[in-house]
Design a protein around this ligand. Structure first.
Ligand code: GMT
Length: 393
């Protein structure tokens, strides 16, 4: 063998331009910190981004409900003072000042705001306060009611449209939401659909211990509903459905309530459901409940995505729900859960009964749901799409 025959390929390799990993980004995240899908998604995204080497700065009035702990994660509180001269305290201006301050101090590359009102407007103002060369790119993620409810409101719609037109990038969580945003807000910008993701943390208690602590008897099934109980969650229809599930002795419904359940107690009593419903408010260790559940039950009149259904899918628990909004993008009825037309509480009750009676079907739908959660809606599938979008913007 000639001496240079072996060296040539080596020299070619050495002379090749090196493929360097892109530098980590400095990302500001603003979200609602209270219990709610957008806040949970934003917190989990921040956590995943920090684990991938990026620096993440949360900017909000409180630490997010599930604020990640670990290196490269920072929290910057927005202080809102109340002055007698104002009837309504203002959050948008102090938020924008804090966004500008953090952007300047940490040289943020991206300000990623979750839920347009007022976060996207505050980001627009923050950028206006900064020199052109110090402005981060603003990415707005629309989560639901910022379009479907507030987008229709003449007091908000034009401000939301303005903030979206001035964002450097817009994402939303389902095709349904993209369609609604184009229809209601007439935004002339591309909207990228990046679905929600969920990574279950390990449960801290066993399924048996959880069910025992909740008072679920042997042979009883556990239905689970998680939501903030806002009007569009249609808790009236949830209770109506539960009242129709037969036999009553076969199950209990656990409600993980993001807000007080007190307004619904009289209806629970009127329907004679007091011994069938167990309520826990503002729970943070949701995985303990997810893995203890047999069937999820949801009755929203609209959902851009319904993160709660995905949370249950991720542990192999199928849900029954109305086929509204973006839910059919998450669940194919009959494959990963059961969906019925909106408002048909009788059909919904029959769907729950079908899942309770047929253990084999429940198991196979649950497994298909889990597989879909892992392949389509896991952090590994979704977070790189956000990273790519940041870099593209
Ligand atoms: O109303 C809620 O459920 C809260 C809202 C939010 O901003 O947290 O949830 C929206 O965002 C979630 C995360 O993307 C979605 O899973 C929910 O479907 C969506 N809610 C509605 O569209 C009503």
């Amino acid at each position: 063998m000639k001496a240079d025959g072996g060296l040539k390929p080596l020299l070619q390799i050495l002379n090749k331009p090196r493929m360097t990993a892109p530098a980590p980004l400095k990302i500001g995240i603003t979200c609602y910190p209270s219990v709610g899908g957008s806040g949970i998604l934003a917190s989990e995204l921040g956590d995943e981004l920090a684990q991938r080497g990026h620096e993440v700065h949360f900017i909000s009035y409180e630490p997010p409900f599930r604020l990640p702990v670990g290196p490269r994660v920072f929290f910057h509180p927005v202080v809102v003072n109340s002055y007698d001269l104002f009837k309504y305290p203002d959050y948008t201006l102090p938020l924008s000042v804090k966004m500008a301050e953090v952007s300047r101090q940490y040289a943020l590359d991206v300000l990623h705001v979750h839920y347009a009102v007022p976060h996207a407007t505050a980001a627009f103002l923050a950028c206006a306060m900064l020199p052109v060369d110090r402005r981060p790119k603003v990415i707005t993620t629309l989560h639901g009611t910022d379009t479907t409810l507030l987008g229709r409101d003449p007091g908000y719609g034009p401000a939301i449209r303005h903030a979206l037109e001035h964002s450097d990038g817009i994402t939303t969580v389902s095709e349904f939401m993209r369609g609604e945003t184009l229809r209601l807000l007439d935004v002339k910008r591309p909207i990228e659909v990046i679905p929600n993701f969920f990574e279950p943390h390990p449960a801290t208690r066993s399924r048996e211990a959880m069910r025992h602590s909740l008072g679920i008897a042997d042979g009883e099934a556990m239905l689970l509903h998680l939501s903030n109980l806002r009007p569009l969650k249609r808790i009236d229809l949830l209770l109506d459905t539960v009242a129709k599930i037969q036999p009553r002795t076969r199950f209990k419904l656990v409600i993980l309530a993001g807000e007080s359940f007190v307004p619904f107690v009289s209806e629970v009593q009127r329907l004679g459901l007091t011994d069938r419903i167990i309520v826990r408010e503002k729970v943070s260790d949701i995985e303990d409940y997810l893995q203890a559940a047999d069937v999820g039950l949801f009755t929203s009149e609209t959902e851009s995505f319904c993160l709660s259904i995905l949370e249950l899918m991720s542990v192999g628990c199928p849900s029954a729900a109305f086929a509204v909004g973006g839910i059919p993008e998450v669940v194919t009825s009959g494959e990963h859960g059961l969906l019925v037309p909106f408002g048909d509480t009788t059909a919904l009750a029959r769907s729950v009964e079908a899942l309770l009676v047929d253990h084999a079907r429940r198991g196979s739908i649950g497994q298909a749901a889990k597989d879909r959660a892992r392949t389509r809606f896991s952090a590994a599938a979704i977070v790189p799409r956000y990273e790519a979008f940041y870099r593209q913007v």
